[in-house]
Design a protein around this ligand. Structure first.
Ligand code: ATP
Ligand code: MG
Length: 265
């Protein structure tokens, strides 16, 4: 299938053009183009192995793409050193959280702010993240490795916020969490976006949560973007309902109609 062109936006904060990334001989993403506008929550939906994590790693400089370009706030950051990309205002919350298990919760948060010199701003942001996730304040002196999976996800998001980024990349925040905790985390993600104006690019298998929380969505299959639209429109598309939201319509004879093949439209 040919690549779907990106939407036209006058002010993208992030723009990928024809990005191709591979692990040795395995092409994980094949010509991905997408845009994230300032102040929005954008999402990339896709099933296991679609290439979601690879997209985020390529943006944050962990993987260098074979082809294509990544532009952030008007600058080409393709294959730039990850530490410099963080300094430029982009924070990545990786899949599986990756908190520092032997550091306290408090020190994990301060690690997130290591590039900042504004002590007052850091203190203010610390109070803000403790406000979002009061449990982290209760556990602030404890080793982060002792937190539950959900609490570690809260810590990973909070640590990203401590860098005071313009853009946060969130890799499957729902992974391994109960529906209730997933809902709580998504509510905070939306609050962060609304209250701080932080732009967010979120990749998820949980299409239901992601489509409800986000403004604009891309559907990724086998390393290619096969569809993109506003989330309001995506939620109404039959293919999305059927394959990602698990709703299947009754067929004309009152039997369930199972599509044999995906037909994107
Ligand atoms: N380190 C690696 N070495 C080799 N192949 C890899 C590596 N990481 C990912 N891949 C392959 O690249 C493709 C895309 O993987 P990626 O992790 O980006 O998918 P994903 O959409 O994040 O999946 P998931 O929902 O399971 O996290 C898959 O085919 C995967 O097997
Ligand atoms: Mg992944």
């Amino acid at each position: 299938m040919s690549t779907v062109p990106p939407p036209i936006s006058d002010q993208p904060v992030l723009q990928l053009l024809n990005v191709e990334s591979a692990y040795g001989p395995i092409k994980a993403i094949r010509g991905v183009s997408l845009q994230v506008r300032r102040g929005e929550i954008a999402t990339v939906l896709g099933s296991n192995g679609a290439g979601k994590t690879t997209i985020l790693k390529t943006i944050s400089g962990i993987i260098d793409p074979r082809k294509g370009s990544v532009e952030f706030k008007g600058q080409d950051i393709t294959a730039r050193d990850p530490a410099r990309i963080v300094q430029h205002g982009l924070s990545h919350v990786p899949e599986g959280r990756e908190v520092f298990p032997l550091l306290s919760v408090h020190d994990n948060l301060l690690m997130g702010a290591y590039t900042r010199a504004d002590r007052d701003g850091v203190a203010k942001d610390l109070a803000t993240v403790y406000g979002y996730f009061p449990i982290l304040q209760e556990r602030s002196a404890q080793h982060a490795g002792l937190l539950s999976g959900g609490q570690q996800q809260m810590l990973a998001i909070s640590r990203a916020l401590m860098a005071d980024p313009d853009l946060i990349l969130l890799d499957e925040p729902s992974l391994g969490l109960s529906p209730k905790l997933t809902k709580e985390i998504f509510e905070i993600v939306v609050r962060i976006n609304r209250e701080r104006g932080t732009t967010i690019l979120l990749v998820e298998q949980n299409a239901n949560m992601a489509l409800n929380a986000s403004d604009y969505g891309y559907v990724l299959e086998n390393g290619r973007i096969v569809m993109h639209d506003t989330c309001a429109n995506l939620r109404e598309k039959d293919d999305i309902k059927e394959f990602y939201l698990g709703m299947k319509e009754d067929g004309v004879r009152g039997e369930r109609r199972w599509k044999k093949k995906k037909t994107w439209r």
